[in-house]
Design a protein around this ligand. Structure first.
Ligand SMILES: *[C@@H]1O[C@H](CO)[C@@H](O)[C@H](O)[C@H]1NC(C)=O
Ligand SMILES: *[C@@H]1O[C@H](CO)[C@@H](O)[C@H](O)[C@H]1NC(C)=O
Ligand SMILES: *[C@@H]1O[C@H](CO)[C@@H](O)[C@H](O)[C@H]1NC(C)=O
Ligand SMILES: *[C@@H]1O[C@H](CO)[C@@H](O)[C@H](O)[C@H]1NC(C)=O
Ligand SMILES: *[C@@H]1O[C@H](CO)[C@@H](O)[C@H](O)[C@H]1NC(C)=O
Length: 295
């Protein structure tokens, strides 16, 4: 009997749950939406067009613009809200490992004198279909939205920067590798959990060594997955914020996602350390006990 083996087993169980949540957060509408990787705030997309429509009634927006009541036209913020709605563009698009979700900010898109930033919530409209090798492609998402709304405005008219897409395309392979690594990590952590259970009852050095080996592999898999998703989140948000600023697009990093993926990695590190300690000191402890029993 080795009750100390209960601790790595519990840590494995925790890491298993957390890595499952990393993979499945946001996989359907309303399930852990806060645990997104990246959120694109597109509520001000088209601001530059609205600004130019104010002075010049021609341009790509003319047909939409002329149908908007004059009192709304005079309030730039409200006018952008109406324009993006007509264009079929949502306030935000949030990327998860398996899909993306979209919706509106309520009660307002931006903080003002009466609505503070902490009062603004996401109201989800829906999520895309889940796909194993998902790739977040805002270019395609926005183009589809424009096509579906049937307006005569293209992504070029909105001056959507090609650099955003170029920057995100560079992360495509990393995103897919991260997905595969999460699947491998979940499998290995599951094996580590199962392997830790017999070690509670059988106190052999072999069991501890076997557990240590599995724990090392699981730690590497979840650690790499966390490192790659961190790179995607940090680099992706930087690219969007750098090039999107001119057209009113912002990106938010998924802090909560980073927290749970690194917590899972931390738990597996604890497991790894505990098995190493068990191998080094557990053995010595038994050695001193054995003569005592027989003597
Ligand atoms: C649009 O106009 C407002 C003020 O009317 C200004 O604050 C904003 O920066 C302008 N946006 C762009 C993209 O030019
Ligand atoms: C702030 O936004 C809310 C929601 O759109 C609106 O009802 C309110 O009038 C705005 N307040 C100011 C001071 O603009
Ligand atoms: C969305 O972006 C606009 C400007 O791009 C900003 O004013 C607004 O506060 C943002 N809204 C949220 C909820 O982040
Ligand atoms: C959220 O959106 C749904 C429709 O998608 C709407 O019925 C509901 O009133 C919205 N909630 C808020 C708080 O605006
Ligand atoms: C999502 O899946 C449903 C059925 O499973 C299908 O009808 C629909 O076309 C799919 N949507 C997209 C965008 O692929």
């Amino acid at each position: 009997m080795r009750p100390t083996a209960l601790i790595p087993a519990l840590c494995c169980a925790g890491a298993l749950i957390l890595s499952f949540l990393c993979l499945f957060a946001g996989h359907k509408k309303g399930f852990m939406e806060d645990y997104h990787m990246l959120t694109l705030n597109t509520s001000r997309l088209g601001e530059n067009l609205v600004n130019s429509s104010l002075t010049d009634s021609g341009g790509p927006l003319s047909s939409i613009w002329n149908s908007i009541p004059t009192d709304i036209q005079n309030d730039v913020g409200e006018a952008i809200g109406v324009v993006t709605e007509r264009l079929g563009i949502e306030d935000f698009y949030s990327a998860h490992i398996l899909d993306y979700c979209y919706g509106q900010y309520v009660p307002a898109e931006a903080a003002n004198a009466t609505v503070s930033a902490s009062d603004i919530h996401k109201n989800l409209t829906g999520c895309s279909n889940r796909t194993a090798m998902f790739w977040f492609n805002p270019n395609e998402i926005l183009e589809n939205a424009l096509n579906q709304s049937g307006v005569d405005v293209t992504l070029d008219d909105l001056e959507w920067p090609a650099d955003i897409q170029r920057g995100l395309d560079a992360l495509r392979v990393i995103w897919k590798v991260a997905f595969v690594l999460y699947c491998i990590a979940i499998t290995l952590i599951g094996i580590a959990l199962i392997a830790a259970l017999p070690a509670i009852f059988a106190s052999g050095r072999l069991a501890a060594c076997l557990n240590l080996m599995i724990a090392i592999l699981a730690f590497i898999a979840i650690g790499l997955a966390s490192a790659l998703t961190t790179a995607v989140i940090v680099k992706g948000a930087d690219v969007v914020n750098q090039y999107g600023d001119d057209v009113g697009v912002q990106a938010h990093k998924g802090g909560k996602f980073l927290a749970i993926t690194w917590a899972a990695t931390g738990l597996m590190l604890v497991v790894l350390v505990l098995w190493s300690v068990e191998i080094c000191f557990g053995h010595r402890r038994r050695k001193t006990y054995v003569p005592a029993k027989h003597g």
